[in-house]
Design a protein around this ligand. Structure first.
Ligand SMILES: Cc1ncc(COP(=O)(O)O)c(C=O)c1O
Length: 437
């Protein structure tokens, strides 16, 4: 296991037991890149009748070689014996496909280990349940994905957990003030989402880390970040001071709008307690979804790169269209602004999900959405197909009016996730939809 959190320092993730002897991690002194490793890392065809691709193991439990081996596996599972599991026990804990998936997921962010979950929300819920106790305070950036806000603000609040937030984009001093305001309440976790949905505001991860170090010297809270919108290609938060990276794999990683799954990536010691919680409550992804995700990972870089290129072309057209008020796209951040500074330090691309503010209100936005011929009207993002939705009337319908206004969730806002279609076809679709309003 590498000591560092950075892929470039080494590779990881797949347990020694499953790591194929011929797993090629470098060639001629050149360390292989994630796009190459997604084809075979962590899988040995010799263990599965020579099958080039990992089979789907549909089994609820695994036979032990002997009673002593069963005892050893349980000692490792329950933490009585240190070290990696030597064998599989029961499918609520893990399975061959999920282990290979976790090994490959950890590569992109440069984490030592990863955990796959049945959804992004089950990943977040398992992470939070691992760390919070009654009386604690969770500090988070705002806004968060609506279900995450509900989980923290309503569900955990019922269990005596408090929360405080700071706006995404806050400075180190502002974050320090919020951290300090927790007073004597323990702060086990700082939870971030960047860019935030639907405002596309970036969180300064380095500033959050510096603020945590300043306010809690020697005993800072863990920093977890939901990296669903830009990860794992365009933002690698472990490099900027985060401890844990969280994903809805339903989005770019799954990438075909045909599955729901989640993940957490980080250092082995940080992942271990979350794994123990997952073992207890059974929030692991199923074998079939794990297999689909392995397939998706093989084209991850291709898909995300193409979607990013398409979005750049579409946004360029939209920005100068007379029916458009503003495009909230990360490449268009004002030069010299603090957001542009965070973007320069943290991101390697602007992604393919953005906010489009049309001239007019709900009627104009609805007319545009209804006129689209290629883009589908659906919530979600990161799939091969282009999707468009209306946050004020859909995902954020239940958000109180004053909070909507504060978050710039206005009636003329349309949220778009660009897919991998032909860019000129997409431009033609948006142009005809804007013209027909
Ligand atoms: C940023 C973000 N985090 C988490 C989630 C939840 O993921 P899932 O739907 O896979 O549970 C979503 C879903 O849209 C999301 O957009």
């Amino acid at each position: 296991m590498p000591k560092s959190n950075d892929t470039e320092a080494g590779l990881t993730g797949v347990s020694a037991r499953r790591r194929p002897k011929q797993d090629v991690l470098e060639v001629g002194g050149r360390r292989l890149q994630p796009a190459t490793l997604m084809m075979g890392h962590g899988y040995d065809p010799a263990l599965s009748e020579g099958a080039l691709k990992p089979p789907v193991f549909l089994t609820s439990t695994f036979a032990f070689e002997s009673a002593a081996a069963g005892k050893r596996h349980f000692e490792q599972l329950t933490g009585l014996r240190a070290g990696e599991a030597e064998g599989l026990v029961y499918s609520r804990f893990n399975g061959p496909g999920q282990e290979i998936l976790e090994g490959r997921l950890s590569i992109w962010d440069g984490g030592e280990d990863a955990l796959a979950f049945s959804s992004g929300m089950s990943a977040i819920a398992t992470l939070l349940l691992t760390h919070v106790r009654p009386g604690d305070t969770i500090v988070h950036s705002a806004p968060l994905y609506a279900a995450t806000e509900t989980l923290i603000g309503k569900v955990l609040a019922r269990l005596g957990v408090h929360w405080r937030d700071f706006p995404a984009g806050a400075s180190q001093a502002e974050i320090e003030a919020v951290l300090s305001s927790a007073g004597t309440s323990r702060v086990p976790l700082v939870f971030l989402e960047s860019p935030s949905n639907p405002t596309n505001t970036l969180v300064d991860i380095e500033a959050v880390r510096a603020a945590c170090d300043a306010v809690f010297p020697g005993a800072r809270p863990l920093i977890a970040i939901d990296n669903t919108f830009l990860g794992p290609l365009w933002q690698r938060p472990l490099r900027h001071g985060a401890d844990l990276v969280v994903y809805s794999l339903t989005k770019y990683v799954g990438g075909h709008s045909d599955l729901v799954a989640g993940a957490v990536v980080g250092a082995a010691a940080t992942i271990a307690p979350i794994r123990a919680m997952r073992n207890t409550i059974g929030t692991i992804t199923d074998p079939h979804s794990a297999w689909m995700l392995l397939r998706s990972l093989e084209t991850l870089e291709l898909r995300m790169s193409r979607a990013g290129e398409n979005a750049a072309k579409v946004c360029e057209m939209l920005r100068s269209h007379p029916a458009v008020e503003r495009v909230g796209y990360l490449s268009f951040l004002a030069e010299g602004s603090s957001q542009a500074d965070i973007y320069r330090r943290h991101c390697s691309g602007a992604g393919s999900t953005f906010s489009l503010y049309l001239k007019g209100g709900e009627a104009e936005a609805f007319a545009f959405l209804d006129a689209l011929r290629i883009a589908k009207l659906a919530v979600s993002l990161g799939g091969t197909e282009t999707l468009a939705s209306h946050p004020a009337a859909m995902t954020h319908l239940s958000v109180p009016a004053d909070r909507k206004a504060a978050l710039a969730i206005t009636d003329n806002l349309v949220r778009i996730s660009i897919g991998i279609e032909n860019a000129d076809d997409l431009i033609a679709d948006f142009e005809q939809a804007l013209a027909g309003r």
